[in-house]
Design a protein around this ligand. Structure first.
Ligand code: NDP
Length: 415
């Protein structure tokens, strides 16, 4: 049988993202886009941009990263095996991100309560903190690129070995960069960005209180949604070990920027909108938003759990009575029961319903909060289209049977 051509290899570069020119545009354009979004609703933008960089902010960002990194090394939480590498070896990871989250919240509360730490100043300094984060991401990506140069081929990602330095810097070359037990990609994947997102939200609430003497209901509710979503991701931290990011992608600018800068600063944009513009949001809209969040979360969580359980042990008693479709790939039948017989990507449906809840709690007075919704919608539709292609190629006829049994992809009767 002919070998399937690699997506990118030194001999046959088949570029994603428009190749070296496209990734140059992303490396320059994406950080500027987030800066634009943050400054768009900032009233005193000229003053702030004049102080867009400070060494103090750089130290804060470095300290934040160090705090989360050190926590990973502390002997709390279980050690989990990753999936087998190309060499057949399995790496071990410490899964204590949820404990790190709770510890960060407790330490922040103690600092605010007993040492009068000005939490609101994090938000007041959002631009220098963001600029410092982008500088940190650039330095980290250079370090990762430099250290990957001496590595053997089995330690590299096929997506980041085109031979074009700029493209490979962006895609990431080394699959599992480690300094001893410290795994750079795994630590960055969830902790500093996701926990940072919640801390940024909390500092926005503190800022609203500090500037107006009250805190509105809508941003409080949105912060609860975000903390809930982040807590859930960190609670199920071992699930990240089987994602494409960990198994397939090298660690370079793309993942580093996404994990460390994009998530906290862009994902908190709706909260920023609410505390700065303080739109009037009726109780009915808030209740509707809670409904979307709760229903969306239920679908998101249950469907992800059903698939994870099925992939771990297809005979698990919790899946009794669920239909399955046999495939020619050993150990990988398709689940056709529970949420997975409702639509083919119920977990994306749940995520998108939650995002509707998060967006309508911002009211209907501006298109600004819609930017986050449009992003999530595009991201998940694009992922679904790519995943559909991958699964059709991988499972062939079995996938076609699945499509006949479950005709809708994400939205029943629509798509
Ligand atoms: P999935 O968890 O849906 O993974 C897709 C894979 O699942 C497929 O490639 C296939 O892999 C397996 N699969 C698909 N259908 C079936 C089936 N019927 N039975 C058994 N296995 C099946 O996608 P993601 O990793 O993209 O997303 C995971 C979660 O993370 C989602 O809830 C998503 O909404 C969320 N997410 C959130 C983001 C955010 O920024 N907030 C970004 C990205 C994702 P195989 O057969 O090889 O096991």
């Amino acid at each position: 049988m002919d070998a399937i051509p690699l997506k990118t290899s030194k001999n046959n570069p088949e570029y994603a993202f428009g190749g070296p020119v496209g990734v140059t545009g992303i490396i320059v354009g994406l950080p500027l886009f987030v800066l634009f979004l943050i400054t768009y609703i900032t009233p005193d933008v000229h003053d702030i941009l004049g102080n867009a960089f400070s060494f103090r902010s750089l130290l804060w960002v470095a300290g934040w990263f160090a705090f989360q990194a050190i926590f990973y090394l502390l002997p709390f939480g279980k050690i989990v095996n990753g999936l087998p590498l190309k060499t057949g070896k399995k790496l071990q990871y410490r899964c204590n991100a949820f404990i790190a989250f709770i510890a960060t919240i407790i330490v922040s509360a103690i600092l605010c309560w007993f040492y009068s730490f000005p939490l609101h100043e994090i938000f007041s300094n959002i631009i220098p903190l963001y600029v410092s984060t982008v500088i940190g991401v650039g330095l980290l990506s250079l370090y990762l690129y430099r250290r990957s140069l001496g590595k053997a081929d089995v330690e590299l990602s096929i997506h980041g070995t085109s031979g074009n330095p700029l493209y490979d810097f962006f895609m990431g070359r080394e699959l599992n960069p480690r300094s001893g037990f410290f795994d750079w990609k795994f630590v960055c994947e969830l902790r500093p960005g996701l926990i940072g997102w919640v801390i940024l939200d909390l500092s926005m609430l503190a800022w609203e209180y500090n500037t107006s003497g009250t805190v509105s209901l809508a941003p409080v509710i949105l912060t609860v949604y975000h903390a809930w979503y982040v807590g859930d991701a960190l609670w199920f931290e071992p699930a990240v070990l089987s994602t494409k990011d960990i198994i397939e992608e090298g660690f370079g600018f793309m993942l580093a920027f996404g994990d460390l800068a994009w998530v906290p600063f862009f994902y908190s944009s709706q909260t920023q909108y609410l505390v700065r513009l303080r739109p009037q949001v009726s109780l009915w809209v808030i209740l509707l938003s809670i409904g979307f969040h709760v229903v969306g979360y239920r679908i998101f969580r249950q469907s992800n759990l059903q698939k994870n359980i099925f992939r771990g042990n297809p005979k698990d008693v919790r899946l009794e009575g669920f239909r399955t479709i046999p495939t020619s790939v050993p150990g990988k039948d398709l689940l056709c029961g529970g949420w997975w017989c409702f639509v083919r990507h119920p977990n994306y449906l749940g995520d998108l319903l939650m995002t509707v809840g998060w967006t309508i709690v911002c009211g209907f007075g501006s298109l600004y909060p819609m930017v986050y919704y449009v992003y999530m919608f595009t991201l998940l539709i694009h992922r679904e289209i790519r995943d559909e292609q991958t699964c059709r190629k991988k499972y062939g006829d079995a996938w076609n049977q699945y499509c006949i049994k479950v005709p809708w992809r994400i939205f029943p009767l629509i798509f």
